[in-house]
Design a protein around this ligand. Structure first.
Ligand SMILES: NC(=O)c1ccc[n+]([C@@H]2O[C@H](COP(=O)([O-])OP(=O)(O)OC[C@H]3O[C@@H](n4cnc5c(N)ncnc54)[C@H](OP(=O)(O)O)[C@@H]3O)[C@@H](O)[C@H]2O)c1
Ligand SMILES: [Zn+2]
Length: 358
């Protein structure tokens, strides 16, 4: 999934004032650009405090865009997502009542009043950006627009879960601490590529924090999926293929049970790389399926193995189904700071290689 953060601030960094009415910071032309950005995403997320303060509907306004989405077989409005710890949300909010959209509420408490109007996702442990991205990806969402407020934006940036940031500053609007509400100051991290433009009087900065690597990823991932077809099907394990790619470009490929009846594909590929004297820190591993997080026949899961060797990227095509255990590989890797990319467009080949478990 690609994650974009988008927000507007006053010249002194406020997202809102402290009055009861919603403060419009964007100019009309900038607001149009934000609506176009929404249209380019699968889902939109705002924090519960933004719902309580502003009561936004979070809809796509352009009928043509809505029609295009319908033609693609998805609901006309973006999936709407929010996050709450307290559970303090009402089903009467426009988030729930307006538009034709899937709705997801990440909550640490059960919220029975919302069960008819949204899917309430209660994650075990605390709610993290890594967990949100993982759960939404499992539900078919491939791009997420995060519009705020301050605490939500800070959580995504602190966890390294933002790929792009769009900040629009209104240079003619200043609030000061007396009138200012939530404040958010974005400093591009080292290595970010930023461009600046003027949009209808707003100063817009767009930064790429993590470049789109899908073209290269799909090539290696296709090799991993093909390797998965070499494995001999068994009733107790998935047929998986894996490719380790070193920073110097060398690759090592393995598949399930290739040299041992208890080895997973990732272990086989990693073993070959280590035998060749490779240092795996900063390397990438491509696996046809999500790395496992729980093993009974081996002391270490593939997730632990990947973390122990210091891989920086993990790419896979299919989330592990809940057939044997509930896999937490992707979330655990992301929470440990590993970049995880998932390409469901290649999942068909993985399902075929595992037809024996259907
Ligand atoms: N200018 C803009 O572009 C823009 C965009 C969006 C919002 N805003 C403004 O931003 C202000 C709100 O910002 P804010 O920072 O106060 O609030 P927020 O980020 O919208 O929401 C914070 C709330 O989200 C929930 N939350 C956040 N992290 C969580 C976690 N890890 N686990 C569980 N729940 C979590 C909590 O909800 P509970 O309290 O329910 O537990 C928390 O109080 C509003 O005034 C709004 O107008 C401006
Ligand atoms: Zn494994």
């Amino acid at each position: 999934m690609r994650v974009t953060l988008s927000f507007a601030t006053t010249a002194d960094g406020y997202l809102d004032d402290n009055g009861p009415e919603r403060l419009m910071i964007s100019t009309p032309g900038d607001w149009e650009a934000v609506l176009r950005l929404r249209a380019a995403h699968d889902a939109i997320l705002v924090g519960a405090e933004t719902l309580r303060r502003d009561n936004p509907a979070l809809l796509l306004r352009d009928p043509a865009v809505r029609e295009l989405r319908r033609a693609r077989g998805v609901r006309p409005d973006l999936a709407k997502v929010t996050v709450t710890r307290s559970g303090g949300l009402s089903p009467a909010m426009r988030f729930f009542t307006e538009g034709d959209a899937d709705r997801y509420v990440f909550s640490q408490t059960e919220i029975t009043e919302l069960k008819d109007v949204a899917e309430v996702i209660s994650t075990d442990g605390s709610i993290t950006a890594a967990g949100i991205v993982t759960e939404l990806e499992k539900r078919g969402i491939d791009s997420l627009l995060v519009e705020g407020g301050a605490r939500i934006l800070a959580m995504f940036l602190a966890e390294g879960m933002a790929d792009e940031v769009r900040r629009a500053v209104n240079p003619r609007l200043t609030l000061g601490p007396e009138r200012g509400g939530a404040r958010f100051v974005f400093t591009p991290p080292p290595g970010a590529e930023c461009r600046h433009e003027e949009v209808d009087g707003m100063e817009v900065t767009t930064c790429t924090l993590r470049p789109d690597t899908s073209a290269e990823d799909l090539g290696y991932l296709a090799q991993a999926v093909a390797a998965g077809r070499l494995c001999t099907p068994s009733a107790t394990s998935y047929c998986v293929g894996a490719v380790v790619v070193l920073p110097d470009g060398r690759t090592f490929t393995g598949h399930t049970h290739e040299t041992s009846p208890t080895h997973h594909a990732e272990q086989e590929a990693i073993r070959k790389a280590l035998d060749a004297g490779a240092d795996l820190r900063g390397a990438a591993i491509y696996s046809s399926m999500e790395p496992c997080s729980q093993r009974s026949s081996e002391p270490e899961s593939c997730t632990q193995l990947i973390l122990r060797h210091g891989f920086s990227r993990v790419v896979f095509a299919l989330y592990e189904p809940d057939r044997f255990v509930r896999c937490r590989g992707a979330r655990t890797l992301r929470e440990a700071g590993v970049e995880v990319r998932v390409y469901p467009s290649l999942a068909g080949g993985v399902r075929e290689a595992n037809a024996h478990l259907q």
